[in-house]
Design a protein around this ligand. Structure first.
Ligand SMILES: Cc1ncc(COP(=O)(O)O)c(C=O)c1O
Ligand SMILES: [Zn+2]
Length: 366
């Protein structure tokens, strides 16, 4: 099987060993890859990481073996009679980004990349830095000013250079991309690089394997959409394989202070709306210009998904309530619970719901 990149805009194909971050026309790469039908017999049950699902990933060779740190395999905890928490901060670098970074760095290793750059609000940078450190790939991470000092310390500890960029998260990405263009650096980025989503889709495979079914209501944070798209790909795969017979109710979570998708949906737009983000405790989803916006909106319309906005003042109480019950998550993640509560306010009791606890509390210290 020869997997190729295919441009989301013009359809041009390119070998995945390409170092180009995107197509010459400006479109982002997707993968021209169809995994085999999902069946339990293809899961490597002796492998205790996301790579137990590697038969459904376009991996070349065995580089993943040197890369993996046991990411994934996170428990699902019953919170109350209606709500389950998938504990995705139980990961090597304490966030769900390890799912994607492990696959992305395995791909870098497979094609012989030895130096990368990446921009991030923190967690994706932590994750790429850690996995690059593990396999000896040189790494520089760009973070926006205001990023939690603990995340920055962690990136440095993994041996990566850190570049703190004044201004917004979106500006930070622009500065990093300028370096990619000017110096030809490999862009090991969670939004641009489609291999990342081949890791985040395991979120769904795990839920299915753990519960033996997919819950009715799945709430997913939506900034750049790396978990969102990965989850949609995973669910579509289960659907096409005849493992489930319909999509669950997917509810996307945005911050009320930065909601380009919610606004786009209200206006019926095909691209994210132009918004002016204001500061929010939910820093992980404060993305004003999501690069895969059109692709994400297509899924939102196709599956008639609702978008719920986190009321800013509900984040700290949600975090405190979770902490009282033993769950110490970061502010963006507390926002997931706050969004669930808001959804229940709007629609009433919502049984069989699952939210992700995808970032650890010790990483945010506002
Ligand atoms: C804790 C946490 N939750 C949610 C997100 C949102 O992920 P995405 O931007 O891929 O939608 C992030 C991204 O950094 C995060 O760190
Ligand atoms: Zn193109």
């Amino acid at each position: 099987m020869k997997v190729q990149y295919v441009c989301a805009k013009c359809g041009m194909k390119k070998d995945v060993s390409s170092l180009e971050p995107k197509c010459v026309c400006g479109g982002l790469w997707k993968l021209d890859y169809q995994p085999p039908k999902f069946e339990e017999a293809l899961i490597d049950k002796g492998e205790w990481s996301i790579f137990r699902y590697r038969n459904f990933m376009p991996l070349e060779g065995d580089d993943w073996k040197a890369v993996t740190m046991g990411e994934g395999m996170t428990p699902i905890v019953k919170y109350d009679e209606d709500l389950m928490l998938k504990m995705d901060y139980f990961m090597p670098t304490l966030s769900f980004k390890d799912r994607g970074a492990a696959v992305l760095v395995a791909h870098c290793k497979a094609i012989g990349v030895d130096s990368v750059v990446q921009d991030s609000s923190g967690n994706a940078g932590n994750s790429v830095a850690a996995y690059c450190g593990r396999v000896g790939i040189e790494c520089e991470i760009f973070v926006p000013e205001g990023t939690s000092p603990k995340k920055i310390d962690m990136i440095k500890a993994h041996g990566s250079a850190v570049n703190v960029v004044p201004g917004s998260r979106d500006h930070c990405a622009d500065v990093c991309r300028a370096k990619v263009n000017d110096e030809g650096k490999y862009y090991a980025n969670h939004v641009y690089n489609p291999f990342f989503y081949q890791g985040t889709k395991t979120y769904i495979y795990e839920i299915y394997e753990q519960l033996g079914r997919i819950p009715q209501n799945i709430f997913i944070p939506l900034g750049n959409g790396t978990l969102f798209l990965g989850a949609v790909f995973g669910l579509e795969h289960l659907l096409e394989s005849g493992v489930i017979d319909k999509m669950p109710n997917i509810i996307a979570i945005q911050s009320e202070r930065c909601a380009p998708f919610a606004e786009a949906k209200r206006q019926g737009l095909k691209e994210p709306a132009q918004v002016t983000p204001t500061a929010t405790l939910a820093e992980g989803i404060a993305i004003g210009q999501p690069m895969r916006g059109a692709e994400i909106l297509e899924k939102i319309y196709q599956y008639d998904m609702e978008i719920v906005e986190i009321p800013e003042e509900s984040i700290l109480p949600a975090r405190a309530e979770l902490a009282k019950k033993g769950i110490y998550c970061e502010h963006t993640t507390a926002g997931n619970y706050a969004a669930y509560l808001r959804y229940c306010e709007l629609h009433g009791k919502t049984p069989d719901s699952l939210i992700t606890m995808c970032g650890a509390g010790l990483k945010s210290d506002h």
